[in-house]
Design a binder for this molecule. Structure first.
Ligand code: AMP
Ligand code: MG
Length: 364
């Protein structure tokens, strides 16, 4: 039942600056959801594009507004634990434990769905992905919107997820009924997804909640092998992870190696690209930003501060688009802990284009 819907959009989008004390705007947005409309809103991970998860027409509208393939399921957002019961076959002891430890927060669990959840929302699957966000605006919106909000990231399919409202407006103005601008989000990467329908449970998408944190609660947890590798023949278990994602318009290459060598290599390649007339951007760190000669140099934060790197990554990828950067080089970051989520997104944004310097002799 995979289909793509392309249509002309010319809606009058209401854009409201908001925090959780703005009751009237939150109630209005809740009404929009209950009437089958779409509302973009802040969560602690990234901005979401919300519709009533139990209304198949709303889910269809979400796919259309994003240009998202309809076999890529949506995450259902809830505001309290009681809301979980009616939409799943069973709340397993594992689900209870995970919810107790990580909800509300950046953790999505996959469970067998009940008949209440339309296949339009789950991309045709018999399972449903559920998350309880912690952002106070998201929580009130879910409550006022009827309790079940299907929400993928509020970007055009394939682009980096928005972490500030500016990029939600860029992608969704005219395509949704309302955009709630709650400022910059806190985490900046999408939720960790754990599949509880398999034994042992398996991480399908890394995020702020790490493997180590999950193994403290669930003894043994597997990780989908496709998360950091690009081996052909391996299909990711989360349908959405097979699509090109998070990509800036410029061509992005990751350069991995010892920092001094990485800086030298990037500067050498920058010069070559500039000679051929290309505008070059670099994702550097607090420690290295002053060492680069590219046209646009971004400081993603200290190499020691993974939370800053996560928070800044998508915004920086978007800014390269704003500044019409054609060729981008990025430093590589540690792939353990939360770094696994960072590298997973960066590798996808780069289409897995990585230069490993220890295997490559620098040119003279
Ligand atoms: P996004 O909405 O952009 O955060 O993406 C949601 C991610 O969750 C996509 O990669 C989906 O493929 C994945 N997902 C949602 N529901 C399921 C499910 N029932 N089984 C496996 N993956 C899912
Ligand atoms: Mg997304």
């Amino acid at each position: 039942m995979k289909y793509m819907v392309y249509m002309e959009f010319a809606m009058n989008t209401k854009i409201v600056k908001i925090d959780e004390t703005n009751e009237s705007a939150l109630r209005e947005a809740g009404q929009v959801l209950q009437q089958g409309g779409l509302v973009a809103f802040p969560t602690e991970t990234v901005y979401g594009l919300g519709g009533d998860a139990l209304n198949k027409e709303s889910s269809r509208k979400i796919y259309a507004a994003k240009g998202r393939p309809s076999d890529n399921p949506l995450i259902v957002h809830i505001a309290d634990m009681e809301a979980l019961v009616p939409i799943v076959k069973e709340v397993t002891p594992e689900a209870e434990r995970i919810a107790q430890s990580f909800w509300p927060g950046p953790l999505t669990m996959i469970l067998p769905k009940s008949d209440k959840v339309p296949y339009e929302t789950t991309g045709g699957l018999d399972t449903v992905a559920v998350r309880m966000p912690s952002h106070p605006v998201a929580r009130k919106l879910i409550e006022y919107g009827g309790g079940y909000v299907a929400a993928p990231s509020a970007n055009t399919s394939g682009k980096p997820s928005p972490t500030v409202a500016k990029y939600v407006i860029e992608d969704m103005d005219g395509r949704v009924d309302m955009i709630l601008d709650g400022g910059e989000v806190g985490i900046g990467l999408e939720s960790t997804i754990i599949d509880l329908t398999v034994t042992p449970p398996q991480i399908l998408r890394p995020g702020y909640v790490t493997l180590d944190m999950l193994e403290e609660i669930l003894e043994h947890v597997d990780v989908d092998k496709t998360i950091l590798s690009n081996e052909s023949g391996l299909a990711p278990k989360a349908p959405g992870m097979k699509y090109r994602h998070y990509a800036p318009s410029g061509e992005l290459t990751i350069v991995d190696g010892e920092t001094k060598q990485v800086v030298a290599y990037i500067n050498q390649e920058t010069e070559k690209q500039q000679v051929s007339g290309q505008k070059v951007g670099v994702i550097g760190s607090l420690e290295t930003k002053d060492l680069y000669g590219a046209d646009v140099v971004k400081n993603i934060g200290s190499r020691l501060d993974e939370e800053a790197i996560a928070r800044n990554l998508y915004r920086i990828l978007r800014e390269f688009d704003d500044e019409k950067v054609e060729v981008i080089f990025s430093e590589s970051f540690s792939g353990t802990g939360m770094g696994q989520a960072i590298m997973n997104r960066l590798l996808k944004a780069a289409g897995h284009k990585v230069i490993h310097l220890e295997n490559k002799k620098m040119e003279e």
